[in-house]
Design a binder for this molecule. Sequence first.
Ligand code: T6T
Length: 327
Amino acid sequence: MLRKIALVGVAAGLALAVASQGVHAAKPKIGFLPGVVDPFYQVMQIGVEAAAKELGLEVVTQIPPTWGVDVQTPILDSLVARGDLNYIITAPTDKDQMVGPLQAAVDHGIKVITVDTFLGNGDYVSGQVKFPLSYIGSDNVEGGRIACRGLAKAIGGKGLIYINSTNPNVSSVEGREKGCKEVIANEYKDIKVLGPDYNLDDANKAVQQTAAMLQTHPDLGGVFGTNVFSAQGAGTAVINAGLGGHVQVVAYDATKQAIEMLNKGVVSLVLAQKPFDMGYLGVEFASADAAGVTSLPRRVETGFAIIDKDNVKDPNVSRFIYQVPGK
Ligand code: T6T
């Protein structure tokens, strides 16, 4: 009898230990809230869905039609109000202004994972903002360095370059601007940087801004477009001015359009991020956390593929071009 009681006690203890490791239900439900409708986040969504399918998890996806806190916050609030989500995987559209709304999600028992962009300074261990489980995305400062080293080389190490970007206070593009300026200041004393101009994630605005820059600075040697829309606008303005191949463009984000411009000799370098990985790993992290894993890294850098005219046909490189089925 005593032995039986002891065994029951051990079994109960084991059950308790397992239960105390599991934070949420075994199959968590995930909300996915990226920054805006664009090929970068569409590929990220493919990664999210691939992981969710493999793990048998349900994901609720809401994609803001335009970039910004004003658009993203009410969508976030509605995801929180559903009351059935355990995790939200999101790209905050402002590193400071999205802290409050995402803290509110945490206060409702939802865990937050940031992908592509981060909150605060992105150091979730010792920075001011610590509540997200992890940041999974590019090292954008390094990306900016790579981009502007490439641009500097393309213009022969001297002259004028211009940065066209999206919005201030967005960790991703802010990092790219910083890395670009740092590399030019430290390594290319004969290059001057103009900008950034902010196009608010509107390619038409980026065209106008770059066109104006080309007019006021006929000696402009190169443009760094810090994301899909900036690079698209910069390349289009250069083509419209008949300056393709004369004014060099470096494009962050490997859209089909950026690659077409590379093939035409308008763009000299394309930085492909790895949005599929960001989405896939985001879901895996949520699943692992729900299962009780406690050693998830608080920051994961997903890396780049750097594409130029010499390697664009290499399948090991071209696989990172953002392919959205049907687009
Ligand atoms: O460049 C990506 C992303 O990394 C950035 O945070 C916002 O713009 C894009 O989505 C491209 O449009």
